[in-house]
Design a binder for this molecule. Structure first.
Ligand code: PMP
Length: 401
């Protein structure tokens, strides 16, 4: 899979640079016009107004292509191994699956639960994150449970980003950031991670923000920056110094920080995940996003959460109550029970929060070795599910998608 013109390829990424413009909109319109000509049921439709009334809204204009729709189609060919999508090939922990079976067997847990998050789950999340963040987190006002990390991103952007705002996005990035910002009527402004070794990258830590370039992107319209650490697709784990640089600019320009930390537990030896919300002055302006899918290797569960100060979370709650209303009760109950199990053993290396990254680290090293053996140059990730690879030795072949 290609992700950049610099001959880097990525195993397991979602990136905007793969998007292709498909002429689907014009095809859809002409198909409708042809159908209505011959269909008596549709004769009453006024031709003058038809194309307008059936047109997409401006907020989704130009957003109809999606790399994952395309990749899923391609990967349906059984001769192709899909290394492109972020999901584990290991079994989720057995206690997580057992808790779901137990929850499904309890009648009352098969009905709606609290819209902003099942009470037991927000309680469990508050306990875990109080411990991680070293501060009080109110389960009812500082947390919103939603449909995956995607749902958390969506409600955050819809609740806090206004038409005309600018939102900083660090390139490369998880593909949905850009369309979500555009759907809110705001302008994405991109700032690249640059390879400080200019083409010779052995580690995800080689990819850095240029401090001056970053500072120059901030202005009075900058409403928010979207941070992703550990980073998809580079695998970079932002250091305290890098986070402090971002925090200083956020505070200086009164900018919000949307911190996508769905890979927070996937951090490999020698690295530490730091939450930007824990830096001085940042809690008040940060929404931190997590995902059950990534925490427990259950991407199909599609549960996520946003954590932040009440004065921001209350706006996300308004989006949720007027869109999804609530998330599946049995899944939330099972996730809460799993969190209680791991919360109680957070001092134990067998806690799933730490054992998963140990398991994946061995796979990372094996994959890197295989890639080296065929003459490619992997960029070793410090965190996350993904690995980018310098494919310049294959350039003429890979440039065909
Ligand atoms: N953020 C990032 C960086 C991701 O990689 C993903 C999923 N690949 C998500 C958010 C979405 O997470 P979820 O599956 O929980 O919606």
């Amino acid at each position: 899979m290609l992700f950049a013109s610099r001959s880097f390829c990525c195993l397991g990424i979602r990136t905007h640079l793969l998007q292709r413009d498909l002429p689907s909109k014009s095809i859809r319109f002409s198909a409708f016009a042809m159908r209505s000509e011959s269909d008596p049921q549709r004769r009453h439709v006024n031709r003058e107004t038809m194309p307008f009334k059936h047109k997409n809204t401006r907020r989704i204009e130009g957003l109809d292509s999606n790399v994952w729709v395309e990749f899923t189609k391609v990967a349906a060919d059984p001769s192709i191994v899909n290394l492109g999508q972020g999901l584990p090939d290991i079994s989720p922990p057995s206690y997580v699956k057992e808790e779901l079976a137990k929850a499904a067997a309890a009648d009352r847990l098969n009905q709606y639960t609290r819209g902003f998050g099942h009470p037991l789950l927000v309680k469990a999340l508050s306990q875990v994150y109080e411990r991680v963040c070293g501060r009080k987190i109110d389960p009812l006002t500082d947390i919103l449970v939603t449909v995956g990390g995607y749902g958390s991103l969506f409600s955050t952007v819809q609740a806090l980003i206004e038409e005309g705002d600018e939102v900083l996005i660090i390139e490369p990035f998880f593909d949905c950031y850009e369309p979500m910002v555009k759907m809110a009527g705001a302008k994405p402004v991109f700032i690249p991670l640059r390879n400080k070794n200019d083409g010779n990258s052995a580690s995800s830590a080689d990819w850095v923000l240029d401090p001056t370039e970053l500072a120059n992107k901030f202005n009075s319209k900058t409403k928010a920056i979207i941070l992703n650490t550990p980073h998809n697709p580079i695998g970079k784990v932002f250091t305290r110094e890098e986070l402090q640089m971002i925090a200083d600019l956020c505070i200086k320009h009164d900018t919000l920080c949307i911190s996508d930390e769905v890979y927070e537990w996937l951090v490999y030896k020698g690295n530490k995940h730091i939450k930007i919300a824990t830096l001085p002055g940042m809690w008040e302006r940060t929404i931190t996003i997590g995902s059950a899918g990534k925490t427990y290797s259950v991407t199909g569960w599609k549960l996520g959460w946003s954590i932040g100060p009440q004065h921001l979370i209350k706006h996300l709650q308004v989006v949720q109550q007027n869109t999804l209303y609530t998330c599946p009760t049995p899944l939330q109950e099972a996730l809460a029970q799993a969190f209680w199990i791991d919360y109680k053993r957070m001092d134990d290396p067998d806690c799933y929060f730490y054992s998963l990254s140990r398991e994946l680290e061995g796979k990372r090293d094996r994959m890197a070795q295989l890639l080296r053996e065929v003459g490619l140059k992997p960029v070793i990730p410090d965190g996350g599910y993904f690995m980018i690879v310098d494919v310049s030795t294959l350039s003429p072949l890979v440039i065909q998608t």
